[in-house]
Write a protein that binds this ligand. Structure first.
Ligand SMILES: C[S@@+](CC[C@H](N)C(=O)[O-])C[C@H]1O[C@@H](n2cnc3c(N)ncnc32)[C@H](O)[C@@H]1O
Length: 211
């Protein structure tokens, strides 16, 4: 009950600054993060595909509400050049939603949102996910939000996060089972085909817990 209250309060007190995540999906992500913070699962909080910072701002607010910002790092990753090109795994009968180069904001714009909100910025890393080096990643991850929209972006971020995820840690993935973005579900299916996981989904957010 307390968990839902913190998340609901944050969502009622602060604006959602882009149309890239719905309020209900954001609530589902934050509720999972809230559980991880309450259980004090060890590791950093990471977001792959942060765009203008809509979700990252709320993740910082939640870390602050739990008084964990001093001891738990928040990382935000993005090309800051928009989406990469689609591959065949992203073709959908639902039509052409999103193309390479769309959703481009600068790292400066992202950091300005934190400044405007008077919040501490995450460790912010510019680059394509597949080109990140190990020293740009935390050693252990407690919670991840993956929001890269396309097959390659999701599978690349899963390859980075899964080996670093602590037992009890959670990965949340946006756009799961969305007709316009079929690459997301395909990437999840392909990546986990030889692994035993607990997966459920709500509000098009896949929720995967490492046990
Ligand atoms: C839907 S937006 C993310 C929205 C954000 N999570 C939010 O809550 O507002 C997708 C973002 O992922 C980034 N992105 C997608 N694929 C990427 C890749 N392979 N490497 C780096 N950035 C990527 C895009 O630049 C874009 O900013």
């Amino acid at each position: 009950m307390k968990q839902a209250i913190i998340v609901d309060q944050l969502l009622s007190q602060h604006p959602i600054i882009s149309d890239q995540i719905s309020k209900s999906a954001l609530a589902a992500v934050l509720q999972q993060l809230d559980k991880v913070l309450t259980q004090d699962v060890a590791g950093a909080v990471v977001e792959f595909g942060c765009y203008i910072g809509t979700t990252s701002l709320f993740m910082r607010r939640l870390l602050d509400a739990h008084q964990q910002s001093d001891r738990r790092q928040l990382f935000a990753y993005d090309s800051f050049r928009g989406l990469p090109d689609k591959t065949t795994a992203d073709s959908s009968g639902a039509g052409e939603q999103f193309k390479g180069g769309e959703l481009s904001v600068s790292k400066k714009q992202f950091l300005q949102e934190f400044h405007k909100a008077n919040l501490t910025a995450p460790v912010t890393v510019k680059g394509w996910f597949k080109e990140l080096s190990p020293n740009q990643l935390p050693t252990t991850v407690a919670f991840a939000f993956l929001d890269g929209d396309f097959y390659e972006s999701i599978i690349d971020s899963l390859r980075l996060v899964w080996p670093r995820l602590t037992t009890g840690g959670v990965i949340t993935i946006d756009d799961y089972q969305k007709e316009a973005l079929p690459g997301v579900e395909r990437a999840v299916r392909d990546f986990f085909q030889d692994k035993t996981i607990q997966l459920h989904h709500e509000q098009h957010i896949a929720i995967i817990t490492k046990s």
